[in-house]
Ligand binder design. Structure first.
Ligand SMILES: CC(=O)N[C@H]1[C@@H](OP(=O)(O)OP(=O)(O)OC[C@H]2O[C@@H](n3ccc(=O)[nH]c3=O)[C@H](O)[C@@H]2O)O[C@H](CO)[C@@H](O)[C@@H]1O
Length: 368
């Protein structure tokens, strides 16, 4: 067989980038000689995160459509789309991939569209319980659609769907032996409980406001915080690190160690975050973002809460409920271990390998 070539495309937020990196890493293990190219959106997070994971990336001039209809970005959208389609065509013609894998986000639209038009097999990986517009459009021509939730046949052709779960980075699969390393990495006081606050890959304004408001309460509870503010909000909140019980981070590059150090986690409910938290199996309070399409983070969290495996507090209920919910959880060891245990039961640990099995089938069918 001649050297295999793969294009992976997706981005905009970490939720679309890390699954692509996990899939590429698994493909690389199976095909060490293969060539890989990532295609993302210029100026977005993937342009930094993909090269630091060791892969090349090309950026398209593309963005999503804003909800506010009349905006400068929306007026430019037709031009961006045309320019991206043209560049995507050039990339596909030059690189000649055997398979193209799309992990969602607007960058994958033009690239997979062009690959489909040229008859190159495409596979989509949909992380959420409700798909975004890009994946919905691409699903018509895609050969396979790997999903993490039931019920996606409402949006995608049923015969193409395979439930694999979301790919999770390899280093998150084995955090159990890493607690000591994690405590010294974050220079934590070993006598205290650690609360990890996660706002998703971009950070969450409302969670940051909550944590700031509750700092005195959390100090009285005797915990220390690893608080991921998000890059956008870091300057505003970093001064809180002056308190010995608080450390603020714009972005955590060692999520494995952050999860390993945590006793309790407060988190948004983006799809990969939820999948990772199931693997990690620590007591979690979800605060879903209400600002995403079809309120899908609430549904992501609900799928876990419905199995008695986590707690959810909606943004609108935070002021009334957060302190009570937190105090009850931190003081109840049995509840902590039952939530963590139940969560682990929901983990789909073979997701990446199952997705790559599907990629292999596409390669084989195409070579026939
Ligand atoms: C606001 C928004 O549009 N959110 C969407 C976005 O979330 P978002 O980009 O936050 O994605 P996820 O919650 O799915 O994943 C976050 C990823 O970033 C990593 N991470 C996070 C923080 C950090 O400091 N370091 C780090 O490495 C996590 O380990 C995880 O792998 O994509 C998800 C997947 O399509 C959707 O479900 C979310 O609704």
């Amino acid at each position: 067989m001649s050297k295999l070539k793969f294009i992976l495309s997706g981005g905009g937020t970490g939720g679309h980038i890390y699954p692509a990196i996990a899939i590429a890493n698994e493909l690389k293990l199976r095909y060490p000689d293969a060539d890989f190219l990532f295609v993302g959106a210029k100026g977005r997070m993937e342009m930094e995160k993909v090269p630091s994971a060791g892969y090349e990336i090309e950026g398209l001039w593309i963005s999503g459509i804003q909800r506010k209809l009349v905006s400068k970005s929306n007026l430019l959208f037709p031009f961006k789309l045309l320019s991206s389609l043209w560049k995507a065509k050039k990339i596909v013609n030059k690189f000649k991939p055997n398979v193209v894998i799309g992990t969602g986000g607007f960058a994958s639209g033009p690239l997979l569209y062009m690959a489909n038009a040229k008859g190159i097999p495409t596979l989509i990986q949909e992380q959420n319980s409700f798909p975004g517009i890009t994946n919905k459009l691409l699903s018509k021509k895609a050969k396979k659609i790997c999903v993490a939730y039931d019920g996606l046949d409402r949006f995608f052709p049923k015969n193409k769907i395979i439930k694999t779960g979301n790919p999770v980075r390899q280093d998150l699969l084995a955090i159990d032996g890493k607690r000591e390393e994690a405590l010294s990495h974050f220079e934590l006081d070993k006598t205290k409980k650690n609360v990890l606050v996660l706002g998703g890959s971009l950070g969450a304004r409302r969670i940051n406001q909550l944590v700031e408001k509750e700092l005195d309460f959390l100090e009285k509870e005797g915990v220390q915080l690893i608080w991921q503010t998000g890059k956008l909000y870091y300057e505003q909140y970093k001064y809180h690190s002056e308190k010995p019980m608080v450390q603020t981070h714009a972005f955590l590059n060692r999520m494995d160690l952050a999860y390993a150090a945590a006793d309790i986690i407060i988190s948004r409910a983006g799809a990969s975050s939820v999948s990772e938290l199931c693997i990690v199996g620590k007591p979690t309070i979800f605060i879903p973002s209400p600002n995403v399409s079809e309120d899908h983070q609430t549904k992501n969290a609900q799928a876990i809460v419905g199995e008695n495996a986590a707690i959810m507090v909606k943004e609108s209920e935070l002021d009334d409920q957060f302190e009570t919910v937190f105090s009850e959880l931190i003081s109840n060891k049995n509840k902590q271990s039952s939530l963590g245990g139940n969560m682990k039961q929901l983990a789909l640990v073979n997701a990446t390998s199952d997705i790559v099995d599907e990629v292999e089938k596409l390669i084989k069918n195409n070579l026939k």
